[in-house]
Design a protein around this ligand. Structure first.
Ligand code: RFL
Ligand code: PHB
Length: 390
């Protein structure tokens, strides 16, 4: 088989790039290790920044997001039994975010790929990129007993944090920066009415909690838990009790509880791999960088990589200009690091750190007080949360 762009990973990054390239007539193939059902069963992001939503529209996949997603122009930070509102619109010249689940947007991207007759190969085992430093790179994968080869001009590693792409860059070329936090988030999805029309990020002496939503009938809640906890340690009742104990009294009193329809723990980690290009291989999204979910930046950072790559590849194929591809790693990383900084800051502001000394706790308290007393600090939070320009 031969294609122009071989894409490893059929998550949001890989599917979005595939769709955008196809719309420009640039032939590509997506290789996904899992089944479609498995990919659509993962519950992840809920908040999309403006730039991501724009890219969905450019990919001709924005109709359902625009009809069913909710525009949010603010959220709350709760502490000490009080809720304080972050007015995103007022601090960003009217900007906002879209609440629309990653599961739904992935479904929309699959539907768009099907409609255009795009090639997305599922259950592709042992995917391997080869000859990345030559002009004839290729991919292989296994389907049953058969090894299939795909010759490409470029290979895109959009295969998430545990993928094969980053691992195929030699160790002496790649620098990895990592910070592992001493806690995770236990998330619950439930068919209940959300406790608040806008998200609530709650700081509490018992640990962080987040009230989010997927729709007016589907709620998504998270609580900070020690890394040693497992999902089996948390019955639904124990989860609801702990969540209530971390929320302001009036919010806890209104909380509608019900059976969980999904429950999972995600460890919190910050990670960046540099550079994001090795010969004909380009890394994008979680394959190159991940953030703790506190700032809702993960998927949104992936979107800016895809934006730069898409334009770089279009310039290469349609205009014979390689400047965009040559500057990809540098441009993408500049924005990636800003998302890293913001996610680290929001995580540090709102979580309980088991090894914090009283001095650290005072600084954390002061950081929060400063935020709600300074227009400049609030503007900085708001412009990062809605997303810096691509
Ligand atoms: P993905 O989604 O991990 O997709 C990668 C795909 O590659 C496949 N794969 C392989 N395929 C072939 N061969 C291999 N060897 C392969 N290895 C892996 C995988 O099966 C998978 O289908 O990466 P992508 O596309 O870069 O997308 C990144 C986002 O998924 C991620 O950044 C966000 O979910 C992060 N995130 C959030 N981001 C936001 O912007 N806003 C949010 O509100 C938000 N909330 C969250 C989040 C992530 C969370 N978790 C669970 C980590 C909330 C949570 C709880
Ligand atoms: C979510 O709804 O899953 C969500 C929302 C905001 C975050 C992280 C996750 O910061």
């Amino acid at each position: 088989m031969r294609t122009k762009v071989g894409i490893i990973g059929g998550g949001p990054s890989g599917l979005m790039l595939s769709q955008l390239l196809d719309l420009k007539g640039i032939d590509n193939v997506v290789l996904e290790r899992q089944s479609r059902e498995y990919v659509l069963g993962r519950i992840r992001a809920g908040v999309l920044e403006h730039g991501f939503a724009e890219l969905m529209r450019e990919a001709q996949c924005g109709a359902r997001m625009d009809a069913e997603g909710e525009i949010h122009d603010g959220f709350y930070i709760a502490e000490n039994n009080k809720k304080m509102r972050v007015d995103l619109a007022a601090h960003t010249g009217g900007n906002s975010v879209v609440v629309y689940g990653q599961t739904e947007l992935t479904r929309d991207l699959y539907a768009a790929r099907d409609k255009m007759g795009g090639t997305v190969i599922h259950n592709a085992e042992d995917v391997k990129p080869h000859d990345l430093k030559t002009d004839a790179p290729y991919l292989t994968y296994r389907a049953g007993d058969e090894i299939i080869r795909i010759d490409c001009d470029f290979i895109i590693g959009a295969d998430g944090f545990h993928g094969v792409s980053r691992k195929s860059i030699p160790g002496d070329v790649l620098t990895e920066y990592e910070k592992v936090y001493p806690f995770g988030w236990l998330g619950v999805l439930s068919r209940t009415k959300p406790v608040s029309p806008e998200l609530i990020y709650a700081k509490s002496p018992r640990g962080f909690a987040l009230c989010s939503l997927r729709s007016q009938a589907l709620s998504r809640y998270y609580i900070q838990v020690p890394l040693s906890d497992s999902v089996d340690d948390w019955s639904d009742d124990a989860f609801w009790d702990e969540l209530k104990a971390r929320l302001p009294d009036d919010v806890a009193a209104r909380l509608e509880t019900g059976p969980s329809i999904e429950k999972s723990i995600a460890p919190l980690r910050s990670f960046v791999a540099e550079p994001m290009r090795y010969g004909k291989l380009f890394l994008a999204g979680d394959a190159a960088h991940i953030v703790p979910p506190t700032g809702a930046r993960g998927l949104n950072s992936a979107a800016s990589d895809i934006y730069y790559l898409y334009h770089g590849l279009v310039d290469h194929y349609l205009n014979g200009d390689d400047a965009g591809l040559d500057s990809y790693s540098q441009k993408a990383l500049a924005r990636v690091w800003k998302a890293q900084r913001f996610s680290w800051w929001m995580t540090s502001l709102l979580h309980n750190f088991p090894d914090a000394i009283p001095y650290d706790q005072k600084l954390q308290q002061t950081d929060l007080e400063y935020l709600f007393s300074s227009e400049a600090a609030m503007t900085s939070l708001a412009e990062n949360y809605v997303g810096l320009p691509f």
